[in-house]
Design a protein around this ligand. Structure first.
Ligand SMILES: Nc1ncnc2c1ncn2[C@@H]1O[C@H](COP(=O)(O)OP(=O)(O)OP(=O)(O)O)[C@@H](O)[C@H]1O
Length: 353
């Protein structure tokens, strides 16, 4: 666990980048620092590996003050990934990834073998190992950056806007890849972004910072979307909070009914469309085992008759869910009503005489 206790950073020119920040980054989970430009995200991140030293307060790694650990030792246990990967331009990909193992004195053979393993782990073709960074796409370079940070198997990974320099499609695949890696590796990850969508997608916990380096709210993404602490957080989360929250509710509990005979399927049971007088009409599918309530609702909206088709992992029909079944679950997850007035406030409807 990484703990910030009343941490303040005042730069020489008097700028207070981080102001009395206290929070806990749990072990083995992704914590995202998000907030508008200049709110102190990068400063907070870099104080963890002492690229920047705090002016006051304490940052502890598993209870140990980071100031007690000399920076090279500290950084060996902390991988660091930055925007545009920051690869060494004159080193081959394999040697970029092997940077830390070389520093640790591993033999060239062992370091390169580890690098090849890592390239595969981050989803890169090992055939790229002999290239130079400029011969790779932005997304590939970013994967190399992640592989390099993982080289010495550090328990902690700091990621500073690692995916901001790539287009939205590559970005989404890098995010998915990070989630896949994390489900295997269970690192303690601190991830900085200014993109709230990225924050709620990746974060087990999201810390929203406001300019001046103050913590506005720290919560799981679903809670953040349902119960923003104040107007600043609400505005920062932007529109569609209600719909986006459905991504965090599993579709497992959606009540399924037997597929009616007007759902046409092929011989292996995969849907073909809704039978109508004019032929087959559009249908939408979701997999209750892996999809969210948002996907189930989307499937219903995409179906010509408003009925979502539930499928298994092979794409075979398991049943259907009408809007009534989806609405039942939506109602269950509706935000809680305001708490009743305190008992001593008297019954609200009794007007004073
Ligand atoms: N070396 C420095 N000297 C003086 N002020 C600095 C220095 N580095 C950062 N700052 C200021 O500290 C504040 C926080 O900067 P920081 O880079 O931590 O913010 P950020 O949230 O990461 O921003 P961005 O999303 O734009 O990268 C900003 O006002 C910035 O101008």
């Amino acid at each position: 666990m990484i703990t910030f206790e009343g941490v303040t950073k005042r730069y020489r020119d008097g700028t207070v980048a981080v102001d009395d920040l206290s929070l806990e980054v749990p072990t083995g989970a992704i914590t995202v620092f998000v907030g508008p430009s200049g709110c102190g995200k990068t400063t907070s991140l870099r104080m963890i590996n002492r690229m920047i030293d705090a002016t006051s307060g304490r940052i502890a790694l598993d209870g140990r003050d980071v100031r007690e650990i000399d920076p090279p030792t500290l950084r060996r246990g902390i991988g660091y990934v930055i925007q545009q990967a920051g690869l060494f331009p004159h080193r081959k990909i394999v040697d970029n990834v092997a940077t830390v193992p070389y520093l640790l004195g591993w033999s060239k053979q062992k370091a390169r073998a580890r690098a090849m393993e890592l390239l595969e782990l981050v989803g890169l073709d090992p055939g790229l190992a002999g290239r130079y960074p400029f011969q790779l796409s932005g997304g590939q370079q970013q994967r190399v950056g992640v592989a390099r940070a993982l080289a010495a198997d550090p328990p902690v990974l700091l990621m500073d806007e690692p995916f901001s320099a790539v287009d939205p499609i590559v970005r989404a695949s890098l995010q998915d890849e990070l989630l896949r890696l994390q489900s295997e590796l269970r690192k303690t990850i601190v991830f900085v972004t200014h993109d709230i969508d990225e924050a709620v997608k990746l974060g087990d916990t999201v810390a929203v910072l406001r300019v001046g380096g103050r913590l506005a709210q720290m919560a799981g993404p679903a809670t953040l979307l349902t119960e923003p602490a104040d107007d600043f957080v609400r505005e920062f989360l932007g529109r569609d909070r209600g719909i986006r929250r459905l991504s965090f509710i599993s579709a497992k509990e959606v009540r399924l009914s037997q597929a009616p005979s007007d759902l046409a399927t092929d011989e292996s049971g995969r849907p073909l469309g809704w039978r109508t007088a004019d032929g087959l009409a559009a249908y939408g599918t979701f997999d209750p085992e892996t999809d969210s309530l948002r996907a189930a609702l989307d499937a219903a909206l995409l179906s010509a008759n408003g009925v979502a088709v539930a499928v298994d992992e092979e794409g075979r029909v398991r049943g259907v869910a009408g809007r009534d079944a989806i609405d039942e679950l939506l109602a269950e997850y509706a935000p809680s009503p305001p708490s009743p007035p305190a008992a001593d406030a008297g019954p609200a409807e009794e007007a004073p005489a």
